[in-house]
Write a protein that binds this ligand. Structure first.
Ligand SMILES: [Zn+2]
Length: 156
C-alpha cells in the first residue's frame, strides 16, 4: 500500500518543518485524518454521543441493538478544560510541556499536548488542532497532533 502524502495546501498546520508531498506515517492508525486535519471519533446512531478515539460501541447507551457507531471527523477547535505542566519526561523529550484536556466544540473531551508556553495557557482558552512532526520511522516523518492557542485578536 502506498504511503499517504501530506497535501501542500495545509503545510501551515504543521508546527515543524515537514516537506510537502512526502510520505508520512501517522503516530497511530485511525486517530486522525489529514485533509482537512481532524481527529476521528465515533458517533452513536441511536443517542448521537461522540467519543474519541473511535470505538465500536457506545459507552452511553450501548447502542440499543441498533447500528454500531460511525467514524466521524471531530471539530478542529475547542477550549481548555484542564491542563498540567509536565516537568519530567522520558529521555529525549523536551520539558516542560503542557498536557491538557480539551473540550472540542462537538462536546468530546480529548487529552493532548498544547504547543504553547504554559504561562500563556488559561482554563477556557480557545485552542485549535494542529498536526505536527513526532520524529521519524523508517526514514518517514511520523505525524502526531497537538493543540495550539487560537489567536483571539484575529477576529471571528
Ligand atoms: Zn448511544
Amino acid at each position: 500500500m502506498p504511503s499517504p502524502h501530506i497535501p501542500a495546501h495545509w503545510r501551515h498546520f504543521m508546527l515543524n518543518a515537514i516537506e510537502a508531498d512526502q510520505p508520512y506515517k501517522p503516530i497511530r492508525e485511525g486517530l486522525f485524518q489529514i485533509d482537512p486535519p481532524r481527529l476521528l471519533g465515533s458517533q452513536c446512531p441511536a443517542c448521537r454521543t461522540k467519543v474519541y478515539p473511535a470505538k465500536g460501541f457506545c459507552p452511553q447507551c450501548d447502542g440499543d441493538g441498533a447500528e454500531r457507531p460511525h467514524v466521524v471527523p471531530l471539530s478542529p477547535e475547542g477550549v481548555v478544560f484542564a491542563y498540567t505542566v509536565i516537568h519530567q519526561a522520558p529521555a529525549g523529550r523536551k520539558t516542560p510541556y503542557v498536557l491538557a484536556y480539551v473540550d472540542l466544540d462537538d462536546e468530546v473531551r480529548v487529552l493532548a499536548q498544547i504547543h504553547a508556553p504554559h504561562t500563556d495557557i488559561r482554563i477556557g482558552q480557545r485552542v485549535a488542532l494542529a498536526l505536527c512532526a513526532a520524529g521519524t520511522e523508517d526514514g518517514k516523518p511520523v505525524i502526531g497532533y497537538a493543540f495550539v492557542l487560537v489567536d483571539q485578536s484575529r477576529g471571528a
